[in-house]
Design a protein. Structure first.
Length: 242
């Protein structure tokens, strides 16, 4: 029938235009196609059906519109070129900065060669101390006596623990603080004075030399500590122990 073709043409036109509201002309045509009297199939006994009420007609119209939209979408809708799918960016978990302590290059035990009293005194003189200063500091050299110093640098916090031994006997308990990779401060056990030293590590060899008889946080150390620590640290280089 021409009316059916009109409905198909209108629905096709409506779907091609991509509208979302059904035009009034489509509604009019659909309403015209809704029967208001019952139909019967030829050869079958006729049955009576009540005339459709206004609300029933509205329901049929709504159903017809839904069917028309579904068919139109299935048959006539055209895909839109939207391009390739956009990949979802992956989220890289942020890593927290490491809180591991910085390695202490001095940590461990260092042993110096055995030295005589005369070698220690020569080191003190080379450091710039006079005979009067050595006397005031109570320096006394016994001929033929020897010493062999070892240092234990212990990593714990800054300041760190420091122990100096002479042939296994504790000669100086104290602490040390790393100032840089070439400078350290040696503090007394009570930390009431300290001395500043430059240090250098070459392989397994350690050399230490006083650069300041005081530190940034204290005044000068007593003269006897300056003299005796010079004898300990500067007479002979130290070798790292396994």
């Amino acid at each position: 029938m021409s009316t059916d073709r009109d409905v198909e043409r209108i629905v096709r036109s409506w779907m091609d235009e991509g509208v979302t509201a059904l035009p009034d002309r489509v509604l009019d045509v659909v309403l015209d196609q809704i029967p208001t009297t019952p139909q019967r199939r030829a050869g079958w006994p006729a049955r009576r059906f009540p005339t459709l009420s206004t609300y029933a007609r509205i329901g049929l119209v709504a159903a017809a519109v839904i069917v028309a939209v579904a068919v139109g979408i299935g048959l006539f809708a055209r895909p839109t070129d939207v391009g390739p799918p956009v990949p979802t960016p992956s989220v890289t978990p942020s890593l927290e900065p490491s809180s591991a302590p910085v390695a202490d290059p001095l940590a461990g035990t260092w042993l110096a060669a055995e030295v005589t009293c005369e070698q220690e005194q020569a080191a003190i003189v080379a450091a710039g101390f006079t005979a009067d200063q050595m006397t005031t500091a109570g320096w006394a050299c016994t001929n033929g006596s020897t010493s062999q110093f070892s240092i234990q640098f212990g990593y714990s916090s800054n300041p760190h623990g420091l122990r100096v031994y002479d042939k296994g006997v504790l000669a100086f308990p104290g602490n040390y603080r790393l100032v840089s990779d070439t400078t350290l401060e040696v503090l007394s056990q009570s930390r009431d004075y300290c001395l500043t030293y430059a240090y250098a590590i070459d392989g397994d060899q350690l050399t230490i030399q006083m650069t300041n008889p005081g530190c940034s946080i204290t005044g000068e150390a007593p003269l006897d500590d300056q003299v005796h620590q010079t004898a300990i640290f500067e007479t002979s280089p130290f070798t790292r122990q396994p």
